[in-house]
Design a protein around this ligand. Structure first.
Ligand code: ZN
Length: 94
């Protein structure tokens, strides 16, 4: 008889809040990843061997182009999820 120690109870469904969004600077391709954030408004920043969890506003400077970025995920303000743009579209000037 084979015995498997892994058995997940089908009680809980997959949490839909586990999606992480990328906060990135698009100064180049591929875009420079600044941080990630989830739908709850928590920002995840990886710095060296540490992982920071920030709530509210966070500002950082792109290590590539040096431009400053601000991410505002305060409560009350709805998170503006960047909609995926179709490829091939050229908008604005950097
Ligand atoms: Zn940049």
């Amino acid at each position: 008889m084979t015995e498997r120690g892994e058995s997940t109870p089908p009680s809980r469904a997959v949490a839909p809040q586990r999606v992480l969004f990328r906060w990135e600077c698009r100064c180049r391709q591929p875009p420079v990843l600044l941080a990630t954030y989830d739908a709850r408004g928590r920002i995840h920043i990886k710095a060296r061997d540490r992982y920071w969890h920030v709530q509210g506003i966070v500002q950082t400077v792109c290590p590539r182009c040096g431009s400053e970025h601000a991410l505002d995920l305060r409560r009350g303000s709805r998170i503006s999820i960047p909609s995926p743009r179709p490829r091939g579209g050229v908008t604005g000037s950097g």
